[in-house]
Design a protein around this ligand. Structure first.
Ligand SMILES: [Zn+2]
Length: 478
C-alpha cells in the first residue's frame, strides 16, 4: 500500500477521514457539504436498507414517496418544529427564471408535507392505522461537514404512522425502536447501543416523546444511531387531522415518525475498524469473502483461476468477490482487502488444489485455517457468525470499559476536559432543563439518553445537588 493509515488510537478523526476515502466508500460532492457515495459504500447502505425494510414491512408499514419541495408555509404550521429546523433549512426561491411567489423548503424531514396530505386519506377509525415509510434523501444546511456523519444531503428512511390513540402510537414507535432498529444494530451491525428516551430538551421538535439508540464510537464520543418519535396529536392539531371514532365523534389522530440515516454507516465504520483499516460486520458486509488466487508461474494460472471460479459458484449464497486483478502481488491484495474490511479472505494455490483444500483467513483475528473443500460451506457459515460475535463482544467490552459512574461534578468536568471523547458518563440529574443546559455549556457533554433499564435510585444531581430518581447517560457526542 501507499502510505500507512494514521493510527486509530492516536488520531481517530484523521483515521476516519482517510479510511472513508481510501476504502472507496464516499467522497465530497461539488456543492458545499454534499456527499458522493461510491459503490462499495452504497452496497453497505443497500444491505442496511434490505435488513430494515423487511422489518418495517413485518410491522405493516408500506413504502411511498413524497415530494422533495415543501411550501415553506407548511414548515411554519407546527411552532416547535419550525424553531427546530429553521437554522438548517435550504430554500428554493426561483424556478424557470422567475422568483417564486412562495419559496419551497427542500425537505428537511417530511412531517409537514405528509400531515398536510393524509388528512384527506383518513376519515374514520376504519382508515387507521395508516403506516407509511419513505426511502429518500434529506437536506439540512451544515457549516461543518463530515462524510456519513454530517452532510448537507443524506440518505435515510422516515416512517410516518397515524393511529387512533396516543397509546397505540406510543406502542408502535417503541416497537420500531426495538424490533427494527435495535435488532439491526445488535444482530446485523454487531454494534451495542443504549436504548431509552431523550430529555425534553433533546427530543425532536414537535414530539411528545423521542426514543433513541445511542452508540459509543471508537474515540469515546456518542453517536445518536436512530430515533423514533411519539408525536402525540401535536401535528394532527396543527394540520387538523381528525377521524370519526366508533361512537361517531371526531377525534384527533396520534402519529409517530422514525428514522435511520447513512449516519449508521459512519457508526459501523467508527466502531469496528483497526489500524489496518475497516472491519465490516459480516451480515451486512458488501463483500463477505474475497478469493485471492495464488500462482507463481503462468502455467499455474489457468488451473488456479478455474478452481477459484468453481469455489465462487459454490458460495453463491454469499457475497463473494474474486480478485483476479493482474500485475498485483498477493501481498498487495491482502492489504487492500484488509483495509476495506472484508471479513474472510480465501487463498487458493496449486498445492491447495492438489490437496482439495483452501486457506481461510479471518480479518478480525488474523487466524489462518486450512479447510477441506468438502467442509467449505459449513466453515464459511460458522466463521462469519463467529466474526459477528467477536466484533460485538469487542465493541461491548469497549463500551463497558468506557462507561463511568460519576458522582461529583469535579470528576465530571475532568472526564469531559480536552478534545477527545469522554465515554458514557452515568450521573444523577435533577430533571431540570436549565441545569441540563448548564452542564452542556460548562462541559460540552449532552444528555444522550434516559435508559429504559435504568435503576430507580435516589441520588443528588451531579451539578446542582437537587434530588434525582436515577442515573442518566451523558457524553460528548457527534
Ligand atoms: Zn441539577
Amino acid at each position: 500500500m501507499a502510505d500507512q493509515l494514521p493510527s486509530r488510537s492516536e488520531n481517530f478523526a484523521e483515521w476516519y477521514n482517510q479510511i472513508v476515502q481510501r476504502a472507496d466508500l464516499a467522497d465530497y460532492g461539488a456543492a458545499k457539504g454534499t456527499m458522493i457515495i461510491k459503490p462499495y459504500g452504497y452496497a453497505l447502505w443497500e444491505n442496511i436498507q434490505a435488513y430494515l425494510d423487511k422489518r418495517f414491512k413485518q410491522h405493516g408499514a408500506k413504502n411511498a414517496f413524497f415530494p422533495t419541495f415543501i411550501p415553506v408555509s407548511y414548515i411554519h404550521k407546527e411552532k416547535e418544529h419550525v424553531e427546530g429546523f429553521s437554522p438548517n433549512l435550504w430554500l428554493v426561491t426561483a424556478g424557470g427564471g422567475e422568483t417564486l411567489e412562495e419559496a419551497y423548503a427542500v425537505r428537511p424531514t417530511s412531517e409537514t408535507t405528509i400531515n398536510s396530505t393524509v388528512g384527506n386519506w383518513i376519515q374514520s377509525y376504519r382508515d387507521l392505522p395508516l403506516l407509511l415509510n419513505l426511502w429518500n434523501s434529506c437536506f439540512r444546511y451544515e457549516l461543518r461537514t463530515r462524510l456519513f456523519l454530517r452532510t448537507s444531503e443524506f440518505l435515510w428512511q422516515e416512517g410516518h404512522t397515524f393511529h387512533a390513540t396516543w397509546d397505540e402510537a406510543d406502542a408502535y414507535s417503541r416497537a420500531i425502536l426495538n424490533d427494527a432498529y435495535l435488532d439491526f444494530y445488535i444482530n446485523a451491525a454487531a454494534l451495542p447501543v443504549l436504548a431509552g428516551k431523550k430529555s425534553e430538551r433533546e427530543k425532536f421538535p414537535g414530539a411528545d416523546i423521542t426514543y433513541t439508540l445511542e452508540g459509543l464510537m471508537g474515540d469515546g464520543r456518542a453517536l445518536q444511531s436512530c430515533t423514533s418519535h411519539n408525536l402525540g396529536s401535536n401535528f394532527a392539531k396543527s394540520f387538523d387531522i381528525r377521524y370519526l371514532n366508533r361512537s361517531n365523534e371526531l377525534e384527533y389522530v396520534a402519529s409517530t415518525s422514525w428514522g435511520l440515516s447513512t449516519r449508521a454507516v459512519g457508526a459501523i465504520l467508527m466502531t469496528h475498524g483497526d489500524d489496518k483499516g475497516l472491519l465490516m460486520p459480516p451480515r451486512i458486509a458488501p463483500i463477505q469473502l474475497v478469493i485471492v488466487p495464488i500462482f507463481r508461474k503462468e502455467s499455474e494460472q489457468q488451473a488456479v483461476l478455474e478452481a477459484a471460479k468453481r469455489i465462487q459458484r459454490d458460495l453463491d449464497n454469499y457475497r463473494v468477490e474474486l480478485d483476479a486483478r493482474e500485475g498485483l502481488t498477493p501481498g498487495f491484495k491482502y492489504n487492500d482487502w484488509e483495509m476495506r474490511g472484508v471479513p474472510i479472505r480465501l487463498e487458493i494455490g496449486p498445492k491447495d488444489i492438489e490437496k482439495n483444500q483452501v486457506v481461510l483467513v479471518r480479518r478480525d483475528t488474523g487466524e489462518k485455517k486450512f479447510v477441506p473443500l468438502a467442509h467449505l460451506l459449513d466453515e464459511v457459515k460458522q466463521m462469519l457468525n463467529n466474526i459477528h460475535d467477536t466484533l460485538y463482544a469487542r465493541a461491548k467490552k469497549f463500551q463497558d470499559d468506557n462507561t463511568f459512574i460519576v458522582d461529583s461534578y469535579e470528576e465530571f468536568k475532568e472526564r469531559t476536559a480536552g478534545e477527545g471523547g469522554a465515554g458514557f458518563l452515568l450521573a444523577h440529574w435533577c430533571g431540570d432543563r436549565d441545569c441540563e443546559e448548564a452542564i452542556q455549556k460548562e462541559t460540552r457533554a449532552t444528555l444522550r439518553v434516559i435508559p429504559f433499564d435504568r435503576v430507580k435510585e435516589t441520588g443528588k444531581c451531579v451539578r446542582c445537588g437537587n434530588a434525582s430518581e436515577g442515573r442518566v447517560v451523558f457524553a460528548k457526542a457527534y
